[in-house]
Structure formats: structure tokens, C-alpha cells
Design a protein around this ligand. Structure first.
Ligand code: T3D
Length: 265
């Protein structure tokens, strides 16, 4: 396994599949994996032909967060974990959230620590029924990171966020769906086909408009209603000038499926 790349990238028509690929360590993060993922996300963002992303894990897990074999205390001074967040995890979360197209997470197995929160930042989170979400941090004396303390109360409310973070117990995919933490739990054998279908749908969708929806929903986390109404006005103006909007209306009136180009004029 040593010479296997820690990230696999597969280009499909209109979208990419990124697979976290350290299955023997449940796809736990190393610096090499962070570097490769950063490049893969930047490449996807820069490619106008890429209109969606599928993120998944190799083997039986999605991702177990930081590789703890890199964190065993030695005789030297303790590692500055704040620096690790600053250099690796925070830029990753920011990159992922800033992608101009929809990102589908196919959580194929355990998602723990930063691995859980990275999955939860994706736009659509699908999970196989065997998958579990674990805010594992408290078990090793850490604080939920990668935006976990921000995401959890917003997704599931304060009481459940406190339980998940303080108890660090695994949450099943089905309960994650029931609580509104994720979009859908699926039978394991349906997970990847369903994620691919969604990516194909997004890859033939009005990409600029979908990106604007992402921006509006992200901004709503901070805005009051007045600021959000103003933002909707501005983003709708932008959407209304896209060729895909013109095509969408034409297709509706002509009672045919739209043929979205996913590009500006
Ligand atoms: O450090 C910083 O930079 C700060 C940032 C931190 C971000 C974080 O993510 S901190 C949280 C780190 N992650 C964890 O604490 C999770 C640790 N793993 C687990 O709790 C469990 O492994 C799981 C709940 C994820 C899965 O349990 P299970 O029973 O399905 O599998 P297992 O037997 O525990 O693990 C299988 C193998 O993967 C095992 O190796 P072995 O014995 O077969 O050689 C295990 O050691 C390895 N593994 C699992 N997680 C990690 C790992 N190896 C290194 N790092 C891991 N995170």
C-alpha cells in the first residue's frame, strides 16, 4: 500500500470523484494527503468542465480524521495543534465550502474526528447504512474541529450538538438522517450509484445558479433577514443574466428538458 497515492482522482463526464485512499488507516489524514487533496480541489475548481464533485473513501471507512500515529508524544516539545489546524484543516474546510459547484459526500463507512466534519461540510451528504458519524475528539482530549462546533448546533440543535461533542458516541447513518445531520441514509449498495446519479444531475445543471444558491445559503448563516433579502436581490440579478436562466425558461415554455451549458455568457 505504501506506493498507493493517498488521494485518487477520477474524471467523469462533467464531474470528478475524489477518493480518500489510505484504507489501512481508515483514510486518516497525513500531511501528504492534505497536500494532494488541496491540489485536487484547486484543479477541480479551476476546470470549467468540472460541474460537481463526489467525495468518498476507499475501503470500509470514509475518514478517521487526523492520523494519530503522527501524534504520539515523543521526548521533544508537544506539537502545536493550532498550527496544524491553521495550516491544513482550516484551509481544507474553506476550500471545500468555496467550491463553485455542488459537492456530494458519499460516506461509505465510519467518518470520525475531522473526517466527520469534512463530510458534513459537503452540500449533499449521503451515507451508507453501515456508516457512522463520530465526533471522536473528546475521547482523546481534543475539541471538535474542522468547523464541527459551528456546524453541529446549526444542523441538529444545541442539545444534540452537546451530546455528540461531549460523549463522542457513534451516530448511525439512519439517526443522522432522522436528526437532519445528513440528507439521506441509503442501503450500502445504493450509495455510490445514487451519489453518481446526483453528480450527473448537477453536472448537467445550471452550474452558475447552483453556485449562487450555495453562496446565498452560506451567507444566511450570518445574515439577518434584511441583509439576506439584499443578497438574494443581488444574486438573483446575477442568475437572471446567465444563459442557463434564459434556456431554463425557454425549455419550460417549449415543454422540453433544458440543455444547460453551465457557463456565463
Ligand atoms: O492533530 C491535529 O492535527 C489536530 C487535528 C485533529 C483532527 C482530528 O481528526 S482529531 C481526531 C482523530 N481521530 C480519532 O480520534 C479517531 C480514532 N479512531 C477511532 O476512534 C476508531 O478507529 C474508529 C471509530 C474511527 C473506527 O473504529 P473501528 O473499530 O471500526 O476500527 P479500528 O480497529 O479502531 O481501526 C482500524 C485500523 O485503523 C486500526 O489499525 P490496526 O490495528 O488495524 O493496525 C487503527 O489503529 C487504525 N486507525 C483508525 N483511526 C486511526 C487509525 N490510525 C491512525 N489514526 C487514526 N485516526
Amino acid at each position: 500500500m505504501a506506493d498507493q497515492p493517498s488521494i485518487l482522482v477520477d474524471s467523469r463526464p462533467g464531474y470528478r470523484v475524489i477518493t480518500l485512499n489510505r484504507p489501512q488507516r481508515l483514510n486518516a489524514f497525513t500531511e501528504d494527503m492534505h497536500h494532494r487533496l488541496r491540489v485536487a480541489l484547486d484543479d477541480a475548481q479551476a476546470d470549467p468542465a468540472c460541474r460537481a464533485l463526489l467525495l468518498t473513501g476507499a475501503g470500509r471507512a470514509f475518514c478517521a480524521g487526523q492520523d494519530l500515529s503522527d501524534r504520539v508524544a515523543t521526548s521533544g516539545p508537544p506539537r502545536d495543534l493550532g498550527q496544524s489546524l491553521e495550516n491544513f484543516y482550516n484551509p481544507l474546510v474553506r476550500r471545500l465550502r468555496a467550491l463553485r459547484f455542488p459537492v456530494v459526500a458519499a460516506v461509505n463507512g465510519t467518518a470520525a474526528g475531522a473526517g466527520a466534519n469534512i463530510a458534513l461540510h459537503c452540500d449533499i451528504v449521503l451515507a451508507g447504512r453501515s456508516a457512522k458519524f463520530v465526533q471522536a475528539f473528546a475521547k482523546i482530549g481534543l475539541v471538535p474541529d474542522s468547523g464541527g462546533t459551528w456546524l453541529l448546533p446549526r444542523l441538529v440543535g444545541a442539545a444534540r450538538a452537546r451530546g455528540l461533542a461531549l460523549l463522542a458516541e457513534p451516530l448511525s447513518a439512519q439517526t443522522a438522517q432522522d436528526w437532519g445531520l445528513i440528507w439521506k441514509a441509503l442501503d450500502d449498495d445504493r450509495l455510490i450509484p445514487e451519489a453518481e446519479t446526483l453528480c450527473t444531475q448537477f453536472a448537467t445543471g445550471p452550474t452558475i445558479g447552483l453556485g449562487l444558491i450555495k453562496r446565498a445559503l452560506a451567507a444566511a448563516e450570518q445574515n439577518d433577514i434584511d441583509r439576506q433579502l439584499d443578497l438574494e436581490r443581488d444574486l438573483q440579478r446575477e442568475a437572471g443574466f446567465t444563459p442557463d436562466y434564459a434556456e431554463g425558461v425557454r425549455a419550460f415554455m417549449e415543454k422540453r428538458p433544458p440543455d444547460f451549458a453551465g457557463r456565463g455568457a
